[in-house]
Design a protein around this ligand. Structure first.
Ligand code: C2E
Ligand code: MG
Ligand code: MG
Length: 828
């Protein structure tokens, strides 16, 4: 049978059984009138514990104190219903979140009968809701707080809907400035024009996501590199597009970093390429440098690297020493050398340098080496580096250069530099030992002429042969040097006296005397020597040599082929010569050079046949200066050319003015023959003066003919062709041989006054005079005897057949105006 009950009862039963809701009735005063199972479950009270009590017991103390229970009832009474979410207490004092509905209940008459109260425990939903809120809040804060990323929402049209701090930071817009604007403002003009913003949105719309990197623009117009992600947001239920989330990250830093990284990588790659190139280059440098390079492992002592040069030098051709210990592999001499060098280098803090003679695979060589110990940069490996240069040739060249710098190439004798060194040393040593040191200056007599007439090659041979002879006369510790030309010099050391130096000089002269055999010719030369001795003459090398040179000059003046020792008068004379040299040019221009005339007498007719013109220098301070005191200097300086022209012209002009037809004889220096123009000069003098050529005689000395100088003979012929006479002066003093008389058709021979002076005492002089006159007469050559001072000489010379005489007996050289024109008749 079905359970049948009244609707009231049914309703109450229903209420009673609802367990999810606390459903109960309150009296109009708020007293609990009934209690259902849900109420018991929710609040923990049983019906009998709670029915009849005021419902405020479910409220918290604070709410109770605030009068909430009554206020809520009042509201329900007024509005018919009160509803809230609030906190309620259980019996055990715990609070729960409750959804409370209080409905006012009226009877049919409209009178309030109480309140129906439904309370539902919503703690779980509440907590879930609270948790979701918390989550949402956190997420919002997160999004807002993320400052590295611009995170914002776009509406479906692309307008900015939300804006976070990162977006503000990245793009410079504040939320209120940008929300509502189209997101294309963030793009560059170019990108905007090409429609890039819409393309991005379109892709996100179609594919759900758009991702790219690109350049974006900030509010201030500056650009930055970004990584952009746009994602479409669809409504969960309808699947409709509600907008886009857009995340933009400022990649400028990263991009810069990436680019820097890229650059660094490229640089590193390039560097490594360069290093590879450099290493290749270094390999070829090592292979090609003209030095031996060896690298040894300091630990194992094995050879790690050896270039070709090293292998050729130490190991021999085709050998490789790499990977070996030097002593196991190389010949003992080189192994020992290398071992020594490498060991020294290995134990030496700094580079170790050496120069060593080594018996290498290519023979004895001088090796200049540097050995240094090196550590690899990381410090793991330790090497010994050997670099050896073959200095053999260089040293030989240096020795050669040194020898050349100190020796004369022609004779191999020390040169001036070495001579000065030796002399300086000898002077120091001599001073220490209390011994004398001598400097000798040597000069070949007439070498200039030999050289000029026989040629330089002949001269060179003569100098070489001469050097040998001189050297052979000296002791080991003496120095013989060639100072240049035909100038030689000697240092004699450890002497006890001046005489010792003089003896050596005499020996040297004697050594040179025997004829030289050169190119099949027999040839004799003389040598003049000047000697200066230290410490007496001077203690300084330079001055001593200068004094020796003065003594040499004196020896030459005194007749050559002899020696002379320095004495202080020579210094005075030398100063004098220097003075002469400077004065002579002025003298020439001021007409201080005049001619004096000495008569030449024709013995047979006893008349003055002519005059010899002899130069005189009328010095304003020093008075009359004789030719021997200035002609040699004029010859040395070349001034003789001008002086000779002056004498020639003056003689021609003066003679042209004389009454009668006496001849005039002018002396020509051998130096003047160097001027190929000489015949022309003579022709001009004749033409200018109007002197008949047959009245002019030119006196030359034998040296002009020395060595049969072809050029000079040509000049003589040209002179003779002018119609003038040629005389051979001072005959017998030089290297004379009567052969000269046949080599050129001389008009006159002048027998030197030295023979005339000696003729009365010396049979030899007499026989020379006789030989000359006999030959001359047979060749129809006139002879003039010079220096005739006595009648005895006159008679004897006449008896020997001399055609002419000249000397103080007849007259001294005097100015033209005072010249002797007529001889006194001979005494009967
Ligand atoms: P020389 O040509 O042999 O001249 C003869 C020299 O002997 C002259 O000396 C003369 O004064 C000197 N003398 C003449 N008779 C006697 C005598 O009886 N006894 C002595 N003891 N001497 C006598 P001087 O004038 O001093 O000339 C010396 C040399 O100077 C000359 O020697 C000549 O070689 C040279 N000389 C003179 N004038 C010139 C010139 O114009 N040009 C050149 N190139 N040389 C000249
Ligand atoms: Mg003369
Ligand atoms: Mg003479």
């Amino acid at each position: 049978m079905p359970l049948v009950a009244s609707p009231d009862v049914m309703y109450r039963l229903l209420i009673q059984s609802v367990v999810d809701y606390a459903i109960y009735l309150l009296t109009p005063e708020g007293v609990i009138a009934n209690w259902n199972a849900g109420a018991q479950r929710a609040k923990g009270y049983s019906a009998d514990e709670v029915v009849g009590r005021h419902y405020s017991l479910f409220y918290t103390d604070a709410e109770r104190l605030a009068g909430c229970p009554d206020l809520n009832l009042a509201q329900a009474r007024l509005a018919g219903r009160f509803e809230e979410h609030g906190w309620r207490l259980r019996k055990d004092g715990s609070a729960f979140r409750a959804h409370v509905v209080i409905d006012a209940v009226y009877d049919d008459d409209g009178k309030l009968v109480g309140f129906a109260k439904i309370t539902r425990d919503c703690s779980e939903q509440y907590q879930a809701q609270m948790a979701q809120r918390e989550q949402e809040r956190n997420f919002r804060l997160l999004v807002q707080g993320v400052s590295d990323y611009a995170i914002y929402m776009l509406d479906p049209c692309g307008r900015v809907a939300s804006w976070n701090a990162g977006a503000e930071r990245t793009k410079g817009y504040r939320a209120e400035e940008i929300v509502g604007q189209h997101f294309s403002v963030f793009y560059t003009d170019k990108d905007r024009c090409s429609g890039l913003p819409d393309k991005g949105l379109e892709t996100a719309r179609r594919q759900g996501r758009f991702q790219a990197e690109g350049l974006r623009q900030r509010k201030d117009g500056s650009h930055f590199w970004t990584s952009v992600v746009i994602e479409a947001i669809l409504d969960e239920d309808s699947g409709e597009l509600v907008g886009f989330s857009k995340v933009t990250r400022d990649m400028s830093e990263q991009r810069r970093y990436e680019q820097a990284l890229l650059q660094a990588k490229e640089a590193a790659e390039q560097h490594s390429q360069e290093m590879a190139g450099l290493s290749q280059f270094l390999d070829s440098v090592i292979a090609n440098i003209p030095a031996s390079v060896i690298v040894q492992d300091a630990g194992s002592r094995k050879i790690l690297l050896a270039n070709q040069q090293a292998e050729r030098l130490f190991g021999g051709q085709g050998a490789s020493m790499i990977g070996h210990l030097p002593e196991r592999y190389l010949p003992s001499a080189t192994a020992q050398y290398l071992h020594q060098q490498l060991t020294r280098g290995a134990h030496n803090g700094r580079a170790f340098a050496a120069e060593t003679r080594v018996d290498t695979a290519i023979g004895m060589r001088t090796l200049r080496s540097r050995v240094v110990r090196c550590q690899s940069p990381a410090g793991q490996a330790d090497y010994v580096l050997y670099v050896g240069e073959d200095a053999t040739e260089q040293l030989a060249a240096h020795a050669q250069i040194h020898h050349m710098a100190h020796h004369d190439a022609l004779t191999g004798l020390p040169n001036r530099t070495l001579f000065s060194d030796r002399l300086t040393h000898a002077l120091l040593r001599g001073e220490e030992q209390g011994k004398l040191t001598a400097a000798l200056c040597l000069d070949l007599d007439n070498f200039k002429n030999i050289n000029d007439s026989l040629g330089h090659a002949f001269g060179d041979k003569l100098l070489r042969a001469l050097g040998k002879r001189l050297r052979a006369e000296l002791r080991e510790h003496d120095t013989l040097a060639r100072l240049g030309g035909d100038e030689f010099a000697v240092v004699l050391t450890g002497l006890d006296s001046r005489e010792a130096a003089a003896h050596t000089a005499q020996r040297l002269i004697a050594a040179v005397a025997p004829a030289f055999q050169i190119e099949g010719h027999q040839f004799s030369v003389g040598v003049s020597i000047g000697i200066a001795v230290s410490p007496e003459d001077h203690q300084q090398a330079e001055q001593l040599l200068c004094y020796a040179d003065m003594a040499l000059y004196e020896a030459k003046r005194n007749g050559r082929n002899r020696y002379e020792c320095f004495h202080i008068d020579l210094d005075v004379a030398a100063r004098q010569r220097r003075l002469v040299e400077t004065d002579l040019r002025t003298a020439l221009h001021l007409g201080q050079l005049q001619l004096h005339y000495q008569p030449v007498v024709d013995h047979r007719s006893h008349s003055v046949s002519g005059y010899e013109a002899l130069l005189r220098w009328e010095h304003p301070e020093r008075g009359m200066i004789m030719p021997m005191d200035f002609i040699p200097i004029a010859e040395e300086t070349g001034l003789i050319h001008d002086i000779g022209i002056r004498a020639l012209n003056l003689a021609c002009q003066e003679a042209a003015r004389w009454e009668g037809s006496q001849s005039v004889a002018v002396n020509l220096s051998p130096v003047q023959f160097k001027d190929a123009n000489l015949p022309h000069i003579v022709a001009l003098a004749l033409a200018d003066s109007g002197l008949a050529p047959e009245r002019l005689e030119l006196e030359i000395t034998e040296s002009v003919l020395l060595g049969n100088s072809e050029e000079n003979v040509q000049t003589l012929r040209a002179l003779k062709a002018l119609g003038v006479s040629i005389s051979l002066d001072d005959f017998g003093t030089g290297y004379s041989s009567l052969g000269y008389l046949r080599s050129f058709p001389f008009d006159r021979i002048k027998i030197d006054k030295s023979f005339v002076q000696d003729m009365c005492d010396s049979r030899e002089a007499m026989s020379i005079i006789r030989a000359i006159t006999e030959l001359s007469n047979s060749l129809m050559i006139k002879t003039t005897a010079e220096g005739v001072e006595s009648t005895e000489q006159m008679y004897r010379l006449a008896a020997e057949g001399c055609s002419h005489l000249q000397g103080y007996l007849y007259g001294r050289p005097v100015p033209a105006s005072e010249r002797l024109t007529r001889l006194l008749p001979l005494a009967p």
